[in-house]
Design a protein around this ligand. Structure first.
Ligand code: MEV
Length: 300
């Protein structure tokens, strides 16, 4: 039997733009995926995590087994406390946890860069053309600046400094849109209006550079403003739907410093910056009042 874990994440700045080479900033959250593999007569997948898609997950398992040249069959079991609401990197966390579980089963001492590389192969089953940010975050955790390279080996990522802990709320729309579909929609936007798309990418680049400084100095007010600016760009791309907007509006109404879609959007989850933990509870209350769920997470 082998066991492995992968971290969940939030993207603080730069989702979607990261697919086109703009830097993005992401941070690990404490929720994670745990995978256990046991030799079996046939390949099977079981999960007590609500909302996973067995067909896609089985394809990801096959891609990872092929990448690791595994010929035997396994019963793959997913547990853990990382929800599959969209935006929190649950598919990548699964792929990383599975790769680590196989490495554990076969006593392979794989370095994290190898785990990351193999997990990326599995991510393709879920995302089509993933930037690699989700599997990188799922492998390493922490807070990072990520830049997509021409191929996964050329991706650049670096741990970044957080001046103070961030008290955040994750707002859950309850609508799940496949990331692949959202990425495809953005690609269409780019094809239809490449000049405007380039302008948005340039603006995103500036927000992210300023955002990294605000994170390092712990300037929460500026950080929140930049998250709001980032949200306007995501809105322009069409990835923020009515339910995202409703959550964001109620969070800002409750005094949130900033709020934006996190991850692929089209529903999924929103990342909301609170002043402190008590304020986060007030924001959660405001979001619940309009009929959505939310939870607290601390990024430190
Ligand atoms: C998904 O968490 C982030 C996206 O930018 C897709 C990707 O980077 O692969 C939407």
């Amino acid at each position: 039997m082998g066991k492995g874990i992968g971290h969940g994440k939030v993207i603080i700045f730069g989702e979607h733009f990261v697919v086109y080479g703009v830097p993005a900033i992401a941070a690990g959250i404490s929720n994670g995926a745990i995978v256990e593999v046991k030799k079996s007569i046939e390949l099977s997948y079981v999960s007590n995590v609500h909302g996973t898609i067995p067909e896609l997950t089985t394809n990801a398992i096959k891609l990872i087994m092929a990448a690791m040249k595994i010929k035997e069959n396994f019963r793959v079991e997913l547990t853990g406390d990382l929800p599959t609401f969209g935006g929190l990197g649950s598919s990548a966390a699964f792929c990383v946890a599975l790769t680590r579980a196989f490495a554990d089963e076969y006593n392979l001492s794989l370095r994290d860069d190898k785990i990351n590389e193999i997990a990326y192969e599995g991510e393709k089953a879920f995302h089509g053309n993933p930037s690699g940010i989700d599997n990188t975050m799922a492998t390493y955790g922490g807070a990072m600046r990520f830049i997509r390279g021409k191929n996964p080996q050329e991706n650049k990522f670096e741990k970044i400094k957080l001046g103070i802990p961030l008290h955040c709320v994750i707002g859950i729309t309850g609508i799940s849109s496949p990331t692949a579909k959202m990425v495809e929609g953005v690609m269409k936007y780019k094809e239809e209006d490449s000049d405007q798309f380039q302008n948005l990418c340039d603006e995103a680049g500036e927000i992210i550079a300023r955002g990294e400084k605000a994170l390092a100095t712990g300037d929460l007010k500026l950080l929140g403003e930049l998250m709001n600016e980032n949200q306007q760009l995501l809105n322009a791309l069409g990835v923020s739907i009515e339910q995202n907007e409703a959550i964001i509006e109620s969070a800002l109404g409750a005094g949130a410093l900033g709020a934006k879609v996190t991850g692929g959007g089209g529903g999924g989850t929103c990342l909301i910056l609170a002043k402190d933990q008590k304020h986060a509870t007030e924001i959660i209350f405001a979001i619940k009042k309009i009929g959505f769920d939310a939870f607290y997470t601390k990024i430190s």
